[in-house]
Design a binder for this molecule. Sequence first.
Ligand code: G3H
Ligand code: 13P
Ligand code: ZN
Length: 312
Amino acid sequence: MPLVTTTEMFKKAYEGGYAIGAFNVNNMEIVQGITEACAETRSPVILQVSKGARAYANHTYLKKLVEAAVIENPELPIALHLDHGPDFETCKSCIDGGFTSVMIDGSSLPFEENVKLAKRVVEYAHDHGVVVEAELGTLAGIEDEVNVSAEDSSYTRPEEVEEFVARTGCDSLAIAIGTSHGAYKFKPGTKPQLRFDILKDVAKRLPGFPIVLHGSSSVPQEFVEMINTYGGAMPGAIGVPEDQLREAARMAVCKINIDSDLRLAMTGVVRKYFAEHPDHFDPRQYLKPARASIKEMVKHKLINVLGCDGKF
Ligand code: G3H
Ligand code: 13P
Ligand code: ZN
C-alpha cells in the first residue's frame, strides 16, 4: 500500500488502548531494522525524519529509503512524518516532498505565536491531504541544536489544550508530562515518574483526541553497560520506565517517539563488535549486527511497551 496518514492508525490505537511507535530514521540500516520488526509483528508504524536527519542524509535519500521499505513490505501501514518541524518552510518542503504527516514544533513560542504558526501549517497541510502534530509545553533535553535545560522545561497546562486544538485545527497534540529528549532524562537516585494527572486532565478535555509523547526512550541499562564496557562513557544515563509508557499507551497517548534507544542499541553492538574484531574494517560486518540489534529493540517496544503488534 502507499504511504498512509496517521488518521486511521490513531483512531484504532485510541479505541484499542495501544500506541503507534514513531521511530527516527537516518540511514538504510535503521529503516530496515524498524520495518522488518514491524512487518514481522504486524505493527503499523510511523517513520520520522528530523531536521538533523534531513541535513545528514538529504530529504531525497530518506524519502527513497522509505519508499523502498513500502515496496518491500506491501501490507505494512507506514506514515512518513517530519519530527520537530522548526518553521513553516520546513513543513511545506516536507508536505510538497511527499510526507504524509508533519510536526510543527512551536512549543518554545508564547501561546499566541504557537497558535498562529500551527494554524498556518495546518491550513497548508490539510489542503494537501497531510496531517499535523503540534506541541504545547516544553520538554527538557537535546534535539538538533536546541538544548532545553530542566529549569526551562515546563509541563503542559491542561487548561490551554482545548483552545489550542480548536484554534489550530491540529490532528494530534504532543504534551509535556515529564519525558525528555536524549539519554539523561532523570537524575540518578531520583524516582522517574510521569505526570499521569496531567495526561488524564488533557484526555478529559479532549475526548477521543490523539496525544503524543516525545522523549520516550527507556535507556535500557543493558545497552548503557555494553557501551561503557567497550570504551564508551555514559554514566548516569536513565530513561522513562517502560511500564509507565505502557500505561500511557492504554490512555489517550496514540504516538510514542523513540529514538535514543535505537541509537543505544546500534552503538552498543558496534562498540562490542570492534572490541571483539579489532582487525575488521568492512562496514557490512559491523552494520549487520547493528541492524539486527535495532530490529530486536523495536520488536520489544512494539510488543511490550506500545502494544501495537498484530494490529493490521
Ligand atoms: O527529538 C529528536 C530526535 O531524537 C531526533 O534527533 O534531531 O538528533 O535527529 P536529531
Ligand atoms: P528520545 O530521545 O527519548 O528517544 O525521544 C525521541 C523523540 O522525542 C523524537 O522526537
Ligand atoms: Zn521529540
